[in-house]
Design a protein around this ligand. Structure first.
Ligand SMILES: Cc1cc2nc3c(=O)[nH]c(=O)nc-3n(C[C@H](O)[C@H](O)[C@H](O)COP(=O)(O)OP(=O)(O)OC[C@H]3O[C@@H](n4cnc5c(N)ncnc54)[C@H](O)[C@@H]3O)c2cc1C
Length: 389
């Protein structure tokens, strides 16, 4: 069997690349060892967002791209991506002042090209009592702006279904075992249907998220990858104790924490805990549950939520290994090829659910020199996405 493009992993990154490659008319194979969208791509904060907080680290191009992609997804996937008003309460001792938030939201609006969805307002004091009993002692201001929410697993499955409609072949469950890079192609071995199999491909795209670094070691000769770190982010799924969406600042360390009504529950997250073991062992630790419930209690003192009422989710961020807290580090996607021109193996790690389509577009630009001319030019900005049963 021979393919133009073979992809390891059907998370949002692999699904997005499969869709873009199939839309360009290439012969595409995708291996998914477990469940489509079952790993990081179903353990996110489920926001399709511009990333307001990335303004603080001057990641303007990421924010601009995210806002643009949010607009596209709102139009091509209205059943899966919906706007929701988020509230940012600011207290006397908050790290960010009302002026900082106002400036950030204005910049957000500017970067969106004054898109109507980025309009924001400062709530009247008379509206504060409507906010789920939020603590008003030392409260200085509450801002309201809009982000979009999704079902991350369902979105990933919809993108993968679209890729398959365009002709991509999903092998599932199929586990990538290893690969050997030859002059103009790559020999790949994998396990599917209970037996070892092999195929030949012009290019191999490693979209295995937190597993990508380990799988890279099974490629001969092994392409160089920069060191990365896995940082766990946990969420709690709680009974629906809040009616509105909040963007909170953790009083202990200033990190942003979301409290978001989602599918009849309250999604509360996230944390950042270094993860040193195998990716499949990720799970929410009791200290993370305690951290998140303490923040909820701080802002909504009347709530009595027991840890036992929480379902937990844990996902792993793949971040470049550098100094500093995970919170402040770049969330730009990392793309690394075995060679600059005519890549035969490309590894894609990190990034955001929100920008999967733009990432896939960029991946294709890197791969074109290694491929025959595209056989068609369907624009993924025009392909509607629907929930898959
Ligand atoms: C806590 C947290 C919150 C986040 N919140 C947001 C958010 O609100 N908005 C946003 O835009 N982004 C968010 N992100 C980022 C986003 O979720 C990720 O960037 C994205 O899901 C990564 O997808 P992926 O496809 O690269 O990896 P994954 O979804 O992990 O997919 C990798 C796939 O590879 C498969 N695989 C592994 N080994 C093999 C093998 N040997 N053979 C075949 N398949 C294999 C796995 O089974 C898996 O399905 C968040 C991330 C985290 C961790």
């Amino acid at each position: 069997m021979s393919y133009d493009i073979t992809i390891i992993g059907a998370g949002i990154t692999g699904a997005g690349v499969a869709q873009a490659a199939a839309a360009a008319g290439y012969k595409v194979a995708v291996f998914e060892a477990s469940e489509v969208g079952g790993a990081t791509s179903s353990n996110s904060s489920k926001l399709i967002h511009g990333g307001l907080r990335y303004l603080e680290s001057f990641q303007f191009s990421l924010v601009r791209e995210s806002l643009l992609e949010r607009e596209i997804l709102l139009s091509i996937a209205p059943e899966l991506v919906k706007l929701a008003p988020l509230h940012i309460p600011i207290y006397k001792n908050s790290q960010r002042s009302p002026l900082t938030i106002h400036t950030g939201l204005s910049l957000y609006r500017l970067l969106s090209g004054w898109d109507a969805t980025t309009k924001f307002s400062r709530l009247d004091k008379a509206q504060w009592p409507d906010l789920d009993g939020i603590r008003t002692e030392q409260l200085k201001a509450v801002y309201r702006y809009q982000e979009a929410q999704t079902d991350d697993r369902a979105l990933t499955r919809a993108v993968m279904a679209s890729a398959c409609e365009l002709g991509a072949e999903l092998m599932h469950p199929a586990r990538f075992n290893g690969a050997t890079i030859a002059n103009k192609h790559v020999e790949v071995t994998y396990q599917h249907g209970g037996r070892d199999q092999s195929l030949s491909t012009r290019v191999l795209v490693n979209c295995a998220g937190p597993w990508a670094s380990e799988l890279n070691k099974r490629i001969t000769p092994t392409p160089e990858l920069p060191p990365v770190e896995l940082v766990q982010g946990s969420h709690l799924l709680l009974p629906p104790v809040l009616h509105h969406h909040y963007y909170l600042e953790s009083p202990s360390d200033g990190r942003a924490v979301f409290a978001l009504p989602w599918q009849g529950k309250l999604l509360l997250g996230t944390t950042e805990t270094p993860h040193f073991d195998a990716p499949e062992t990720a799970q929410c630790h009791p200290h993370e549950t305690h951290y998140l419930l303490t923040i909820l209690k701080h802002y909504f003192p009347h709530l009595h939520v027991l840890p036992s009422s929480a379902e937990t989710l844990a996902g792993l961020r793949v971040l470049p290994k550098t100094q500093g807290t995970a919170f402040g580090r770049s969330r730009d996607v990392m793309m690394l090829a075995d060679q600059r021109n005519n890549p035969r193996v490309l590894t894609v790690m990190g990034g955001k659910l929100t920008t999967y389509r733009a990432t896939a577009w960029e991946v294709m630009q890197k791969l074109y020199p290694s491929l025959p001319p595209a056989r068609r030019g369907i624009d993924t900005r025009q392909i509607h996405l629907h929930p898959v049963d």
